[in-house]
Design a binder for this molecule. Structure first.
Ligand code: GLN
Length: 312
């Protein structure tokens, strides 16, 4: 049964209710402060959106306000690399949960410069390397890809965030150099990091994000344009890794309590794919110790629970 398509009015009400309660609940968590441009973001922003396969988007709160998508960009990067590189990608990056913080270095050394999965920082830097190596301008290719998927020409990077990412990117640089030392990066470290910071600095709204990822809920076909963005097999693979690794070292708990493929970013966004039905996006900047939005988690958990959306 398509729960989301068949209950439009009830779902719009549920979104408003859940947003209302979450935005008034006492704030827990801490806004990302590893760069000044993110530390300045107002903690009280709160948005929730749901896009369904018919192209409808229901939204509540600050769902139209662009925010820093940060690690949610890893999903777009991976899909673009899978399109371009094919199965060879999986020789250079794994598909197992890391059980470690997203920017951890230790595991990468033990495992000879092969990142556990494409959604930890090392994995996304590796994916960035393939994009830099396969496109004459990987940043332009990335931006065009996201604009096409979201049907919005306005998606763009925030220059202040981009400058801060680069200035405070020593840990990401360490990950890149470590992979280079193991022979697992082809391009120059500097170029790879420039791409990685660029994609992290992209801003999108909850509605744009939900719309842009609909192809993952629809076996690789974007329902709005009819474009086959990935094969059904690759859409399945992305969703599988999102389920096991998209919420970092909280992925097990998220699967346990929500049961949807999902990806978070330190800008406070979370996207959750509801296969065969749609995409949910939540945004609220304060983060828990895993780097996941506390209100975002609360809103998605409540919505998935009320509507019975778990895939398990
Ligand atoms: N720009 C952040 C970093 O590289 C992205 C991490 C995240 O969103 N979890 O550390």
């Amino acid at each position: 049964m398509n729960i989301l398509a068949d209950n439009g009015a009830a779902i719009a009400q549920a979104l408003r209710d859940i947003h209302h309660h979450a935005s008034r609940a006492p704030s827990t968590g801490k806004v990302a402060d590893y760069i000044p441009a993110l530390a300045r973001v107002e903690a009280s922003h709160c948005g929730l959106a749901l896009a369904t396969l018919d192209g409808e988007v229901q939204a509540a709160g600050d769902a139209e306000r662009p925010f820093s998508i940060q690690s949610i960009s890893k999903v777009f990067g991976l899909v673009l690399a899978m399109q371009r590189v094919g199965d060879d990608l999986w020789q250079r990056v794994g598909m197992e949960p890391s059980g470690q913080p997203f920017n951890s270095i230790v595991q990468l050394e033990w495992e000879h410069g092969i990142p556990r999965n494409p959604f930890i920082n090392a994995g996304a830097i590796l994916v960035s390397d393939t994009l830099v190596s396969h496109f004459s301008s990987s940043r332009q290719a990335f931006l065009s890809f996201v604009r096409r998927l979201s049907a919005s020409e306005c998606c763009d990077v925030n220059e202040a965030v981009l400058a801060s990412e680069a200035r405070h990117g020593s840990r990401n640089a360490a990950l890149a150099h470590l992979m280079k030392s193991f022979g697992n990066l082809e391009a120059e470290v500097e170029d790879v990091l420039a791409h990685y910071f660029f994609q992290c600095s992209l801003e999108m709204s909850c509605s744009e994000l939900a719309r842009s990822l609909l192809f993952l809920a629809n076996r690789g076909v974007h329902p709005l344009s009819g474009e086959q963005v990935t094969t059904a097999r690759d859409a399945h693979r992305v969703n599988a890794i999102l389920s096991t690794s998209g919420m970092y070292d909280q992925s097990g708990q998220f699967a346990f309590s929500v049961g949807l493929p999902a990806k978070s970013g330190v800008g406070g966004g979370i996207v959750a794919i509801v296969p065969g039905q749609g995409v949910i996006t939540a945004w609220s900047p304060p983060l828990n110790r895993h780097g996941n939005s506390t209100r975002g988690l609360a809103m998605i958990t409540e919505l998935a629970g009320r509507l019975g959306l778990s895939i398990y």
